[in-house]
Design a binder for this molecule. Structure first.
Ligand code: PMP
Length: 286
């Protein structure tokens, strides 16, 4: 395996970063996770646009243009054998001479790091045999700018750990009685036959998978609405799904130890999962 650091591809144990890097000291950076199927990066332009936005929101100059990013990511995928994997990409503000909360003046060179990880075969790839996953609800303890894909993931990490300790795959987060998102995913429910997901705002990450699911539902004429979901609507949902780039669309069959709907992956999920997988296969030549 090869990773990328500041202009070079190398073995992971050859990669060295200064302890003064603001990513290490302050979690001062942003990231992206981009899946590749059959060696083809999936929804690359959308991920890159979100990266641009995250960088702009925290005032880091984008070190590469889209064509350079494309070529770096393609090379990294090729260096790691192609196939199905995800690209993790992180940019920090860089290493300053002195530890100071305020940004270094003049700006220092951002640190760019990329690596790949294998992706597990998602549930959506085989809708008829999918088992479904468990989720619990937790209070959303995160900050007020969850729309920025920040590497500061301590709250997300603590929340996911609580879910794992409860035997669940994901924590669905509630803020002021309404669903925001999962600890590392967006949330959909089916309510009276309509597919509902919370609107994008500062409290949630604008998921690339979320956007694609909404897009596919619209294209297929399935009823879909971007609307707030209250805690009681979540508990009464006919179906609950969580979405992310690496897990695609996961049906949640139990919430806080109570069955969701029939307690099995639902019919609407199966329909949407099929559309998602067909779209992916067409795009990536699978
Ligand atoms: N919300 C959060 C907090 C996440 O960490 C993720 C995955 N990184 C998502 C939503 C899903 O986003 P995407 O579909 O772009 O992977």
């Amino acid at each position: 395996t090869q990773v990328y650091l500041n202009g070079n591809f190398m073995a992971p144990d050859q990669a060295r970063i200064s302890p003064l890097d603001r990513g290490f000291l302050f979690a001062d950076g942003v990231y992206e996770v981009i899946p590749a199927y059959n060696g083809v990066l999936f929804r690359f332009d959308e991920h890159l646009q979100r990266l641009e936005r995250s960088l702009a929101e925290i005032g880091i100059h984008n070190p590469h243009d889209p064509a350079q990013w494309r070529s770096l990511c393609d090379s990294l995928v090729a260096h790691n054998g192609g196939g199905n994997l995800s690209v993790y990409l992180q940019i920090t503000r860089g290493a300053a001479q002195k530890r100071d909360h305020a940004f270094p003046v003049p700006p220092v060179t951002p640190t760019v790091f990329m690596m790949t990880s294998p992706v597990a075969v998602p549930a959506a790839d085989s809708p008829d045999t999918a088992q479904g996953s468990l989720a619990i609800t937790l209070d959303d303890i995160r900050w007020a700018r969850c729309d920025i894909k920040s590497i500061s993931l301590l709250p997300n990490s603590l929340l996911r750990q609580q879910a794992v300790e409860a035997g669940a795959a994901e924590a669905i987060l509630l803020r002021d009685g309404f669903v925001t998102e999962g600890s590392a995913s967006n949330v959909f429910i089916v309510r009276n036959g309509t597919i509902v997901t919370p609107p994008k705002c500062h409290a949630i990450l604008g998921g690339i998978t979320r956007d694609l699911v909404v897009e596919l539902c619209v294209a297929e004429g399935l009823p879909v609405a971007e609307q707030e979901i209250s805690e009681s609507q979540l508990r009464q949902a006919e179906e609950i799904w969580v979405t992310s780039s690496t897990r695609e669309i996961v049906p949640i069959i139990q919430l806080n130890n109570s069955p969701v709907g029939s307690g099995q992956p639902g019919p609407v999920w199966k329909t949407v999962a099929r559309h998602y997988v067909n779209f992916k296969r067409r795009l990536c030549g699978l």
